[in-house]
Every structure is written in structure tokens, then in C-alpha cells.
Write a protein that binds this ligand. Structure first.
Ligand SMILES: [Zn+2]
Ligand SMILES: [Zn+2]
Length: 124
């Protein structure tokens, strides 16, 4: 585990945290903002709190369709994306996924990004 900076746990931080921490649908900041709107939180605050959670290693980001999505699942996993509704779902990686990494490139691999694209059950 990475060392997590101790941050003041503000009310706004807790709001944003609770809105995303159990999500599996990889929402955008705007989606989180729309849900939290009734609380009176500003969109800049939502962006700031999400960025702080990414910095602290609590959230990962997924860039898709020129938008950043936020992902509370920070352990290595793959994604499956629906090209119609843009829904992103998590897929467990096979244990031997590292066998796919090209060897002898002098690369130090930090991250693996693997995405299937297609049309989900709902959109077919
Ligand atoms: Zn779909
Ligand atoms: Zn994910």
C-alpha cells in the first residue's frame, strides 16, 4: 500500500467519498456533482476532492471518450466498455496477465490497461 497523506476529513470530502466509494460504474465528476447538488456543494469542490482522493490512492482514473471517470477499485483489473451507453464495467484480470507483457523492451511496467469494447446486454 502507498503511504496515504493525512488530510483533514472535511464534510465535503466525506460527501464525495460516500458518493463514489461503492460505485462500480466509473462515474464522471459531473455525475457525482449532479447527485450531490442538493447538498449545495460546488462542482469545483467535487473536482478538487476527487483529485485529492486520486492523489491519496483511494481512487483510480479511467480516461475514456475524452472524459475522466473515477474508479474506487484501485487493484489491477480490466474494463469492458459499451460503445452505445458508454457504461464501463470491471473485469477481473487472469492471474497470468503478466505473461502478455513484452519482454526485453527495457520497460519498467507500472500499470496495465486492458479494455474490451462492445455493446452491452441492455443496448443490443
Ligand atoms: Zn450499453
Ligand atoms: Zn474499474
Amino acid at each position: 500500500m502507498s503511504t496515504k497523506k493525512l488530510r483533514r476529513y472535511t464534510k465535503q470530502r466525506r460527501l464525495v467519498h460516500d458518493a463514489i466509494i461503492n460505485r462500480t460504474d466509473h462515474p464522471t465528476a459531473k455525475e457525482i456533482f449532479n447527485e450531490l447538488k442538493p447538498s449545495g456543494i460546488g462542482i469545483a469542490t467535487v473536482y478538487r476532492q476527487l483529485a485529492a482522493m486520486v492523489e491519496d490512492g483511494i481512487l483510480a482514473t479511467v480516461d475514456y471518450d475524452s472524459e475522466t471517470r473515477y474508479d474506487p477499485l484501485t487493484s489491477p483489473h480490466a474494463h469492458i466498455v459499451c460503445s452505445v451507453c458508454n457504461r464501463i464495467s470491471d473485469i477481473e484480470l487472469p492471474r497470468d496477465v503478466n505473461d502478455l507483457a513484452p519482454e526485453n523492451l527495457g520497460f519498467e511496467v507500472n500499470e496495465i490497461e486492458l479494455t474490451w469494447k462492445g455493446i452491452c446486454n441492455n443496448c443490443q
